[in-house]
Ligand binder design. Structure first.
Ligand code: IYR
Length: 236
């Protein structure tokens, strides 16, 4: 394929206005690419969400690196519209557990989740007990920044906030798994109580809560099967 671009990027006009650098990219042989792709796939395929964590401590530096990795995610207009709040404080974790269980009791016991929803969850066996919120050494909450507050108190828009945070969440989960930790994408519903407990401003809205730690030894997970490639990929 000829690689003639009529409209090269960046144009010289653009480059005279904004800084650009060369992108450093290492090109592998196809054999190396096959090996790397299988290695990564096989590692990711072993990831599971767990619902019982060990209380063994996890160094803060590992959480920091996972968040740095998450923060490499692409985002709308490169706004990086996310805040991660990580706590290992037992009182804060207790407060989060109490508040989450209060909401989940309404979801499960008072049927705020309808019958169809509860039936979909039946094979996972989730319920309103959220002990892991106190037992896991860390709780990390990813907040989406619906808009930005500038130093002069004015606000500016963020774009594709949910998409950006979803991608950052994916990178975070992959980073934790890669370093040998486990997590659960937990969305206690509604979760606005997290703004209060974690003292976050009103432009931030909780997106996902991640208990983070080692899986409890001997933990069980549902025997789920992942969809086959031909169910998720149509290629031409
Ligand atoms: N927020 C509830 C319910 C729940 C919903 C889905 I969709 C799940 O995949 C798992 C749980 C809870 O956390 O229990």
């Amino acid at each position: 394929m000829a690689e003639h671009y009529e409209h090269p990027y960046p144009s010289s006009e653009l480059e005279s206005q904004y800084p650009f650098v060369h992108y450093e990219h290492e090109r592998f042989t196809e054999e190396e690419m096959r090996n790397r792709s299988h290695g990564f796939y096989e590692q990711m395929e072993r990831r599971r969400s767990v619902r019982m964590f060990s209380s063994d401590p996890v160094p803060k530096s590992l959480i920091e690196t996972a968040v740095k990795t998450a923060s490499t995610a692409p985002s709308g207009a490169h706004k990086q519209p996310w805040t991660f709040v990580a706590t290992q404080n037992p009182e804060i974790k207790h407060a989060i557990r109490v508040a989450a269980e209060k909401e989940e009791e309404i979801n499960y016991l008072e049927n705020r989740m309808n019958k169809e929803w509860q039936e979909a969850l039946a094979p996972l066996g989730t319920d309103h007990h959220k002990e892991f919120l106190e037992i896991a050494p860390w709780i990390v909450v990813l907040f989406e920044q619906r808009y930005e507050t500038n130093v002069d108190e004015s606000t500016s828009k963020n774009y594709y906030v949910k998409e950006s945070c979803g991608i950052a969440a994916g990178f975070f989960i992959a980073a934790l798994h890669h370093m040998g930790l486990a997590t659960l994408t937990h969305t206690p519903t509604p979760m606005n109580f997290l703004n209060e407990i974690l003292d976050r401003p009103k432009n931030e809205r909780p997106f996902v809560l991640f208990p983070v730690g080692y899986p409890l030894k001997g933990v069980k997970v549902p025997d789920l099967k992942r969809k086959d490639l031909d169910e998720v990929l149509f290629s031409s």
